[in-house]
Design a protein around this ligand. Structure first.
Ligand SMILES: [Zn+2]
Length: 195
């Protein structure tokens, strides 16, 4: 169950990027009405041939993700995220969140309650959950660690201690096969908290 949910969720992201690589900026806007400005921007970069090295990296990441049985979806390769403008301040948080399939409830909590990281409330929820640990996709902040939608999208999961090893192994393989020059994001594809 883990495998299909997270691979599916990651493949969905890959599908969107591939679609943006072959469409005009105008059509991109119409094709992705939930994030029109961002879609137009990415399609334009592809058209100007400024993202020529993105698709091969995406293929490698997709291949690596398929090898692991993951409890949550890994973050997109930080090099790709940077190149397509995910960290850029030019786009609304909601557009980026919708591109990344973040649930509306979690985006609201992120934007309106200014929860920019896993905080004490999440840890308090973990204490009452009876579970020992949880993992999220790096960069994603759930409204609650009990958020059903986030769990169903493969962005959040309670995990057993032994599953942390799987997450670290994937991060190691990513950093070996997809090196990049963003040291702050090196080997950082998941966020894990344990008691
Ligand atoms: Zn939520």
């Amino acid at each position: 169950m883990h495998l299909s949910k997270c691979s599916h969720s990651f493949s969905e992201l890959v599908r969107k990027i591939r679609a943006l690589s072959i469409t005009s900026p105008e059509d991109a806007e119409a094709q992705f009405p939930k994030f029109p400005n961002f879609a137009r921007h990415v399609a334009k970069l592809f058209r100007e041939d400024r993202l020529f090295d993105i698709l091969p990296r995406l293929e490698v990441q997709l291949q690596i993700v398929g090898k692991f049985s993951l409890p949550v979806r890994p973050a997109l390769d930080p090099y790709i995220s940077t190149q397509i403008g995910i960290f850029s301040k030019h786009f609304d948080d909601y557009e980026i969140g919708r591109f990344l399939d973040y649930p509306e409830c979690c985006m609201r909590s992120f934007a309106e309650n200014i929860r920019y990281s896993i905080d004490e409330n999440h840890i308090q929820e973990l204490r009452v959950s009876g579970m020992k640990a949880f993992a999220t996709t790096a960069g994603f902040i759930p409204c609650s660690i009990f958020c059903n939608e986030a769990q169903n999208t493969g962005l959040l999961s309670f995990i057993e201690p032994h599953e942390m090893v799987v997450l670290r192994n994937l991060e190691k393989e990513m950093s070996l096969r997809l090196p990049h020059f963003h040291p702050e994001y090196q080997e950082h594809y998941f966020e894990v908290r344990s008691l």
